[in-house]
Ligand binder design. Structure first.
Ligand code: NAD
Length: 327
């Protein structure tokens, strides 16, 4: 059946890939994005595009929408520490306006991009949704506040919602890939070294209690993430707020990522060991058992070399486009 979906933040990395998957499944898609960190050309062909803010949802949301997939947010942890008010206004204020507009228009299903940053320092590994949430940054706190806001909306007003707590989203899907500016994610940063745009990659701490001393993270392919969103739309049940971690349940160390980039790109990728960053836990790995059980989701692209190789294809394409744009 063809449904009509609004994707907020669909000119960004994850939202663009999910919008492309919805279109491929035969749905109608409207992307709403203010292009604050996104790019018009990341909106997939076939989607309607509204340049606008989530804060103004009452102006663009109408009752013909079957569900909202809400990606629009700021997501730089460091920036959120320096400018917390920017994160509360956008992530919390924006979602509050969106929920009010959904209530008025009678749109009763929501899938929200939550994050592993809601947990803070983990109490064990892998992390389950029952673990304590104690975010260590205003970014994580703003996302956790939104999760609470959505829970209240479900209980009081019958919204059906799924919060997907992403771990590290990576890889690319066709012409949609990661191009955050500034970039803070490890794989695109290491690929910048392979492309000659950066001299070396910094390894923040190599004395963690992990097999090679570097931090371990759970990388999930953006196409696997997209499939989870389509399943979450089907799973959203009136009055229920379902929270699911999205990760592979398998961690890779910073050094393993760098080594995989060397293998995939054939570039030596120099590394420089730097001091640990405050608030970086040694290991962040998801238990995805809830997503398996409740959504029927299983990642099919968990192999790190495959993730890096898709990201590398996109990084090369993107570098070439930049060069052509300059000439
Ligand atoms: N990429 C990851 O690894 C990761 C991990 C955990 C959670 N998340 C969450 O997933 C979502 C998408 O992340 P991403 O990596 O694709 O980020 P992104 O910056 O590429 O995309 C966010 C998009 O939202 C838009 N936007 C921001 N505020 C807006 C507003 N008020 N109104 C309209 N548009 C607005 C931006 O222009 C951008 O296109 C975010 O909510 C982020 O917190 C991402």
């Amino acid at each position: 059946m063809s449904d009509s979906y609004v994707v907020t933040g669909g000119a960004g990395y994850a939202g663009g890939v999910v919008a492309a998957h919805l279109l491929e499944a035969g749905h109608r898609v409207t992307v709403v994005d203010d292009l604050s960190t996104g790019f018009r050309e990341a909106v997939p062909a076939g989607a309607e595009f509204i340049e606008g803010r989530v804060q103004d949802a009452a102006k663009w949301l109408d009752p013909s929408c079957d569900a909202v997939l809400h990606f629009a947010a700021f997501s730089q942890v460091g920036e959120s520490v320096a400018k917390p008010e920017k994160y509360w206004e956008n992530n919390v204020g924006g979602t509050m306006a969106l929920l009010a507009a959904m209530r008025s228009a009678g749109v009763r299903r929501l899938v929200f991009s939550s994050t592993a940053a809601t947990y803070g320092e983990p109490v064990g590994t892998p992390i389950t949704e029952a673990d304590p949430t104690a975010p260590t940054s205003p970014y994580g706190a703003s996302k956790l506040a939104v999760d609470h806001m959505i829970a209240g909306e479900c209980a009081a007003h019958g919204l059906g919602a799924v919060s997907l707590r992403y771990f590290n989203v990576a890889g690319a899907y066709g012409s949609c890939g990661e191009r955050h500016d500034p970039e803070s994610h490890l794989i695109p940063l290491v690929l910048q070294v392979a492309l000659g745009r950066r001299e070396a990659i910094s390894v923040f701490g190599d004395d963690y209690p992990t097999p090679d001393g570097t931090c371990v993270r759970d990388y999930i392919h953006v196409a696997d993430l997209a499939e989870a969103h389509l399943l979450a739309l089907d799973a959203a049940a009136p009055g229920e707020h379902l929270v699911c971690n999205l990760g592979n349940g398998n961690g890779f160390s910073v050094r393993e990522v760098i080594e995989t980039v060397r293998e995939v790109t054939g570039h030596p990728v120099p590394e420089v060991v730097a001091a640990r960053r405050a608030g970086d836990p040694a290991v962040l790995v998801a238990s995805a058992a809830t997503a398996h059980e409740r959504l029927g989701w299983r990642p099919s692209r968990a192999d790190l070399a495959g993730i890096v190789s898709d990201a590398w294809k996109f990084a090369q394409q993107f570098a070439q486009q930049r060069e052509e744009g300059r000439s």
